[in-house]
Design a protein around this ligand. Sequence first.
Ligand code: GLU
Length: 438
Amino acid sequence: MSITVRFAPSPTGLLHVGNARTALLNWLFAKKLGGRFLLRIDDTDAARSTKAFEEAIYRDLGWLGLAHDGTDRQINRLVKYSTAFYTLQASGRVYPCFETEGELERQRSLLAARKLPPIYNRASLDPVNAEKWKAEGRKPHWRFKLSRSKVGWTDLVRGPVEIDTATMSDPVLVREDGAFLYTLPSVADDIDMAISHVVRGEDHVTNTAAQIEMFQALGASIPKFAHFPLLVGAGGEALSKRLGSLSLEQLREDGMEPLAVAAYLAKIGTSDPVEPRQTLGELAAEFDFTKIGRAPAHFVAEELEGLNAKTLHAMPYSAVANAVPQGEAFWDAIKPNLNKLRDIAEMARLVSGPVTPVIEDAALATAAAALLPPEPWSQETWGAWTKAVSAQTGAKGRGLFHPLRLALTGLEHGPELKKLLPMIGRDKALARLNGETA
Ligand code: GLU
């Protein structure tokens, strides 16, 4: 069976970490099995969809490294949806409804008052009502007539699922103004694009029951479904409340590595440990629906930041060569101290200056300056030099290394000095030991 999946975002906002996880899980699954990953822009909501958000989707997926094998916009495919609609109409599975939004709202509150579920009462199916409302000049919206029976599937994450469609309202397919809502276009596209697996958040589980009935009514085969639990914040709160701060754009601006974001989103809520990875391919090889737990996955910004640092620490120079013109030796010296790639600017300053030294022990600094060996320097220089300084001054351990670090870098902590010293070079080291900014 050939594998084809789709990521189907609506261009009505920036991609947030929840959407990105949906995209990623689809991509990883497809890549693991040599399948295709399609990008479908769900832009039937003309009032809320924008070109700018659509462009941001392409930019953000590109940044994450999730290349697609095909893309389309729903707005280009309206004729297909009409065809599907007429097929359903011909078999009596859609019907016009004339209630106003206010009337429907009243119905729902009456049901709520009686502690009944808010299921549409199908009043428009009664020809007496329909004729009366039509005569008033009302324009219809159109609903799909559910079978009111049990619909089941074996969900790749949730296991066997059964939903009685009698517990649901008949879904609205077409609005009064003729616009298609998401439900039918999605099914028509999934059929047309030969989607083998629909991988999405569990907020779509109920939709799936209705959509399976539509696949059947359109005479199509039914894809497999995988519904994973949604992301929640550190305290279990819905992410939607904080979307702004959790957009991919924001994470990019905050200096997160795309690979760290991908590894984090791929692993949280699964039985795998959250660890750095060097390629998306590794994540794909490790992907399995059976690893995804049933509890919501917690997105904790501090955890992502920690993984970002670890990802950088494990990165080979070849992966960052463009961003690090100082070369491989510099990268190896400073990477264990990075939290974000942009910290390299500060690390580069430690080497090339200007550094304002902090002279904690003047006598030690003077002795150390006098004992600096001639160049060329290597990583052995530091050991030999500090041994000589220790022998002459009697300083040891922290009493030796702390004042030297403060003098050479002006900082309490930083990269290993044995690696840094040869890059700082004799002139600057001497000046700094003498208390000069260099
Ligand atoms: N546009 C829909 C959404 O973003 C797609 C859902 C689906 O994957 O079918 O929720």
